[in-house]
Design a protein around this ligand. Structure first.
Ligand code: ATP
Ligand code: MG
Length: 269
């Protein structure tokens, strides 16, 4: 049975898509991985492939809403890495009354029909905390939260945990933790933000940071992974270490514990 992990933050441009892409490539060296592009922008899909896709998250959702039992056949990026592509039309689902009522059941059906085929299922989520994100959160095990030193605040993180806790779930959501992306280690400002975050949130901050590197944008643009560049890429090493740290951390802190950890803390804006 696979572990299902959403890469989510309600802040935009923090590296949700780039992280999903790199973790997927990294883990697919050892595990069978499925990636679901939940974002109607479909940036992740475009980063994987320029191919057209007849079956997307939208077409699958539509069939499930009509009570069809679609045979779900994700796109093969390579034998250990599969993708359910994103689709702009998914935006229309956010105002579909049936999806609003039954989205969590639809995604339960979707995930239960495929989760036995994979070791890990990774979800690249849109920024908007709408029905799509909530319905997936209701059905997954864990959440990984990318942040950047420039956009991070403890109060923002606390608000995010509160949003997440309002989603009804059968099992507690595991908080894998927050990690800092686009980190510049020689910048005093970045050092201070990370130090303060670690002081306030302790174990919820992952040790590994991802440096700022043009390689990330180049990889996205060239349908490649950061690991495919022939020169030694430091940012690829960062992502590899992050993927190892996450595997080690899995099943450590659930959402209630995370909320308790920050409860009563002096919150900084
Ligand atoms: N470590 C990094 N170094 C340099 N650029 C980065 C890094 N991580 C991400 N980027 C760039 O920052 C931009 C935003 O990254 P990305 O699309 O992964 O964020 P996102 O959170 O998925 O954004 P959105 O909220 O639009 O979905 C992209 O242009 C990406 O190439
Ligand atoms: Mg994105």
């Amino acid at each position: 049975m696979s572990n299902t992990i959403a890469v989510y933050n309600f802040k935009g441009g923090v590296g949700k898509t780039s992280t999903t892409l790199s973790l997927a490539y990294s883990w697919s060296r050892a595990f069978k991985v499925l990636v679901i592009d939940c974002d109607p922008q479909a940036n992740l899909t475009q980063a994987f492939t320029d191919q057209d896709h007849s079956e997307t998250l939208f077409t699958i959702t539509k069939k499930l809403l009509h009570n069809d039992q679609p045979k779900i056949e994700p796109l093969e990026i390579h034998p250990y890495l599969h993708l359910i592509p994103g689709d702009f039309h998914m935006t229309s689902m956010e105002s579909n009354t049936e999806f609003i009522s039954f989205g969590h059941i639809i995604f339960y059906k979707l995930l239960s029909s495929i989760r036995h085929d994979y070791d890990l299922i990774l979800l690249d989520c849109p920024t908007h905390f709408g029905i799509t994100v909530k319905s997936f959160i209701a059905n997954i095990n864990s959440i990984l939260i990318p942040s950047t030193p420039g956009s991070f605040s403890v109060s923002g993180f606390k608000k995010l945990l509160q949003y997440l806790s309002e989603v009804k779930k059968d099992k507690p959501l595991e908080i894998i933790g927050i990690f800092f992306n686009q980190y510049r280690k020689n910048t005093l400002f970045h050092q201070r933000i990370v130090r303060e975050a670690e002081q306030e949130l302790g174990d919820l901050i992952l040790d590994q940071r991802i440096r700022e590197s043009i390689r990330v944008s180049e990889a996205n643009e060239q349908n490649e992974s950061v690991y495919s560049f022939t020169d030694e890429s430091a940012v690829a090493e960062d992502f590899l270490k992050l993927s190892e740290e996450i595997i080690e951390r899995m099943n450590r802190v659930n959402l209630d514990e995370a909320l308790n950890l920050i409860k009563g803390e002096k919150v900084k804006g």
